[in-house]
Design a protein around this ligand. Structure first.
Ligand code: HEC
Length: 142
């Protein structure tokens, strides 16, 4: 390769790098900030290592279920009651001594996370999703 061409190639690669960097850092995707209460819940979530067993958006540990959309299954204040029940320890879920404010924060956090996306690929009508007819993916079992 001639030295002139090498410089051109380098310049082109540098331009690609800066172009890509500009695109990544100016991503206009709107982000919805969490409310104060949900932020408190997120802190409780991290302080108690809930993510070591649970996933949000599919990320986290796999001992417990993904909780991205758990709020959708317990509408309104039902989630608060369910959290109180679950945090007392059930099955392999350990007991957590959290006060009412911390539980309300966790409920707010899970409610707001539920509105932002889905945690698991859903098997829709007419889409076998890789599962045989009549067979349910494991997260559909209760
Ligand atoms: C040691 C692992 C572990 C940790 C840590 C953990 N969980 Fe769990 N969790 C589980 C398991 C396992 C289940 C399923 C329980 C069952 O089958 O009875 C569960 C169930 C749940 C459920 C019910 C899910 C549903 O689909 O109804 C909620 C809500 C929940 N956990 C919230 C939390 C929160 C909040 C924290 C942190 C404070 C937490 N968990 C920490 C293992 C864990």
């Amino acid at each position: 390769m001639r030295p002139g061409h090498r410089k051109l190639l380098l310049g082109f690669l540098a331009a690609c790098f800066f172009g890509q960097t500009a695109l990544v850092y100016s991503d206009p995707t709107p982000t919805t900030p969490l409310s104060e209460e949900a932020l408190g819940g997120a802190r409780t979530w991290h302080a108690n290592n809930c993510q070591s067993c649970h996933q949000i958006y599919g990320f986290g540990g796999f001992l417990g279920p993904d909780l991205t959309n758990v709020a959708a299954r317990y509408p309104g204040t039902a989630l608060d009651g369910w959290l109180t029940h679950v945090l007392a320890g059930t099955g392999q879920m350990p007991h957590f001594a959290l006060d009412e404010g911390e539980r309300a924060g966790l409920a707010a956090f899970l409610r707001e996370v539920d509105t932002t996306g889905i945690g698991q690929a859903r098997v829709g009508p007419g889409d076998s999703g890789g599962f045989a007819a009549g067979e349910l993916p494991w997260w559909e079992y209760e």
